[in-house]
Design a protein around this ligand. Structure first.
Ligand SMILES: [Zn+2]
Length: 280
């Protein structure tokens, strides 16, 4: 049974890793152009078709001036997918004793449907987080609005998730690095999508780096040139992993990601061949 919720601290902030569904996923073919034997060995598995634990994860940060949710999961649709915890993010938040109206800020790493699903409970219904301001990269928001993407179903899902927030004046865009609230800074990591953003959390000298989909698995932080088929710009995606790894080492940051199973935390150590993941 996968874990659906776990809390840990970064300085005087409390971070809750919350799942909106923890499926098992066949990783066969996940990385473009990488021999299955290479990545199965790196992942410590013997059969390329063996499913790997996956997660549609979000993070709730409390204890600072603002209560912040990073990404909003797959949303109601996840509840129909028959996966453990699918579509239960709002329950996970409630279990922490946090009201939806206590969430001041939602930050999106990007606007794929598994990251903005709970922005609205269902089409036409009221806002899920009635007082929150939603931060998203301007480049990311613009990308999904392009007319030539009108017929793409995933694009339509993202637009539906953002439209009522835009209409209510609750969307704040940013370019590059922005300190969204004290200690939480955006780190541009384009490639997976054009405005993809990772997040750096700092408190009392401790740092947490939340990769977003710049890394789907810790092994990705060792093999920067492994490109998931879902990345829109492979070269930028690789460059962003270089940048993330360097930043993690510079800050001695603990690293986690929304698609890492709960609770996966580690640091990167610089070694001769590049970087090595060290579980924390
Ligand atoms: Zn994702």
């Amino acid at each position: 049974m996968p874990k659906l919720s776990e809390t840990f601290t970064v300085g005087n902030l409390e971070v809750a890793a919350l799942s909106d569904g923890a499926p098992e996923r066949a990783l066969g073919g996940f990385f473009n152009g990488v021999e299955p034997a290479d990545w199965t060995q790196a992942l410590g598995i013997t059969d390329p078709e063996q499913p790997m634990p996956f997660n549609f994860g979000t993070f709730l940060v409390r204890g600072g001036r603002r209560t912040v949710l990073i990404d909003s999961g797959y949303g109601p649709v996840a509840g129909t997918m028959g996966i453990t915890g699918g579509g239960e993010l709002l329950q996970r938040i409630e279990e922490l004793g946090v009201g939806r109206d206590e969430i001041d800020i939602v930050v999106h790493t990007h606007l794929h449907p598994d990251h903005c699903g709970w922005n609205i409970p269902e089409e036409g219904a009221e806002l899920t987080f009635p007082k929150a301001i939603f931060f998203v990269s301007r480049v990311e928001l613009d990308h999904w609005e392009q007319a030539h993407l009108d017929d793409d179903e995933r694009v339509q899902v993202s637009r539906r998730a953002m439209a009522p927030l835009k209409a209510a004046g609750r969307v704040a865009t940013f370019d590059g690095e922005l300190e969204v609230t004290t200690g939480l800074t955006t780190v541009p990591t384009p490639g997976h999508t054009p405005g993809h953003t990772s997040l750096l959390l700092a408190s009392q000298g401790e740092h947490l780096l939340i990769t977003g989909d710049a890394a789907h698995h810790p092994v990705h932080l060792e093999h920067h040139d492994w490109i998931p088929g879902v990345d829109l710009d492979p070269r930028e995606s690789e460059t962003s992993r270089h940048r993330l790894a360097a930043l993690a080492v510079e800050k001695d940051a603990v690293i986690t990601g929304g698609h890492f199973p709960i609770l996966t935390l580690g640091k990167l150590r610089q070694v001769e061949s590049g970087y090595q993941w060290v579980p924390a």
